[in-house]
Design a protein around this ligand. Structure first.
Ligand code: NDP
Ligand code: MG
Length: 383
């Protein structure tokens, strides 16, 4: 049994906090050697003082003074966006957990791969944007890309390496807070209502994505890249209890599922300890209390994000990056109360419609498309 040395990018966020809990729960299997955050200096310092990683990184250089003032020891300190790339290459680490919200984790993820480190990916946005670049770089360097997203971790567990025998991947979705809300009430939805997720406790961006179902749309494309399946093989089913984290149907018609409580410590631990399963202090499922597990078809007409994502994934090229980038702009505009809830998908659709997709894009072409989409989305918000 070997202890894995892990760097956490996005340490101060929801996934980062869960990762730190896992490291404290199974210290004989996981050691945190690096922590990085964007601007929350106080929280990063407190986390570092607790776990004493050898290196930390704060992207926001203006807050370095605050960070240093709170540190009770002398780690190596990296700063800025370049610092994020440097810490991702830290000699002493074997795995980099990318848990940065949005696409800020892409360059550090690629740097980690080039440095020969395994990735644990929570940041689905980087796979949606540049799945081909990430997966082919990893294959070239012979490093692993372990899924942390609960659905993909579930699929990874069900697949157990039998990717060639898959008929369908069935992604479960809680349906979010508006699963049963009539669509004529969508216009009046407030950020506070959308931020109340029924089953998961997550950062604001993914919580809004869960409400629009863009999260599931992004996950369809994520599954396509992680498991090498066609978009047509990826289905979505609504499962309000969030206990079955996803399912795989094999060529012979048998379906395997993975179940656990909706707690991200489960998938994070498995991404770190794979192929081993080790005991922890997480709560077991009590089937006597579960009562029922429901499954329904998604309301595709009322939640267009799923079909937009399917279209983006099937078209490929730069279109998924454009969808992802315009969604990021739309989500932050909604959270700032500048647009209504349904305007999120209207804006994304508008930007996607205006994009001339580049097939087989280089990384630079993808980054250009990402920038273009953000500019077009921001300009459309001013109209
Ligand atoms: P949070 O908003 O809770 O946390 C985001 C983290 O990223 C923070 O540590 C933040 O630092 C850091 N960060 C933000 N921007 C940058 C940047 N440009 N460079 C470096 N660090 C940055 O998000 P979540 O933890 O909820 O989500 C993180 C990722 O994981 C997302 O991609 C999400 O889709 C994915 N995910 C999350 C799940 C969940 O349960 N939360 C489940 C499955 C996937 P600071 O605090 O300093 O701002
Ligand atoms: Mg998920």
């Amino acid at each position: 049994m070997k202890r894995k040395r892990v760097i956490v990018l996005g340490a101060t966020g929801s996934i980062g906090e869960s990762a730190l809990r896992v490291a404290q729960d199974i210290p004989e299997r996981m050691e945190i050697v690096g922590l990085a955050a964007k601007s929350n200096a106080k929280k990063l310092a407190a986390q570092a003082n607790l776990l004493r990683p050898e290196a930390i990184c704060l992207v926001d250089e203006g807050r370095l003074g605050e960070l240093c003032a709170d540190l009770a020891y002398h780690p190596t300190i990296f700063a800025g966006e370049d610092g994020l790339i440097e810490i991702a290459r830290l000699t002493n680490a074997e795995m980099v957990l990318v848990a940065v919200v949005g696409t800020g984790g892409l360059r550090p993820a690629l740097a980690a791969i080039e440095a020969g480190k395994d990735l644990a990916v929570a940041s689905k946005e980087i796979l949606v944007m540049a799945g081909d670049a990430v997966m082919s770089a990893a294959a070239r360097k012979g490093v692993r890309v372990m899924p942390v997203d609960s659905e993909h971790n579930a699929i990874f567990q069900c697949l157990d390496g039998r990717n060639a025998e898959v008929k369908r991947i069935i992604l479960t979705a809680s349906g979010g807070p508006f699963r049963t809300t009539p669509n004529d009430a969508f216009e009046a939805i407030t950020p506070e209502q959308a931020l109340k997720h029924p089953t998961w406790n997550m950062g604001p961006k993914i919580t809004i994505d869960s409400a629009t179902l863009f999260n599931k749309g992004l996950e369809m494309i994520e599954a396509h890249w992680l498991f090498g399946v066609g978009m047509a093989q990826v289905e979505v089913v609504i499962h309000p209890q969030s206990i079955v984290h996803s399912m795989v149907e094999f060529a012979d018609g048998s379906v395997l599922a993975q179940l656990s409580h909706s707690n991200m410590c489960f998938p994070i631990q498995y991404a770190v300890t794979w192929p081993d399963r080790v005991p922890n202090t997480l709560p077991p499922l009590d089937f006597g209390k579960l009562r029922q597990l429901e499954f329904n078809a998604p309301r595709l007409g009322d939640f267009p994000a799923l079909e937009l994502a399917r279209h983006a994934g099937e078209t490929g090229g730069t279109l998924p990056a454009v969808m992802n980038a315009s969604n990021e702009i739309a989500v932050s505009a909604f959270l700032d109360r500048r647009i209504s809830f349904p305007r999120i998908w209207h804006l994304v659709e508008e930007v996607m419609n205006r994009h001339a997709t580049v097939a087989k894009p280089s990384l630079d072409a993808i980054l250009d498309a990402d920038r273009w989409a953000r500019e077009v989305a921001v300009a459309a918000l001013k109209d």
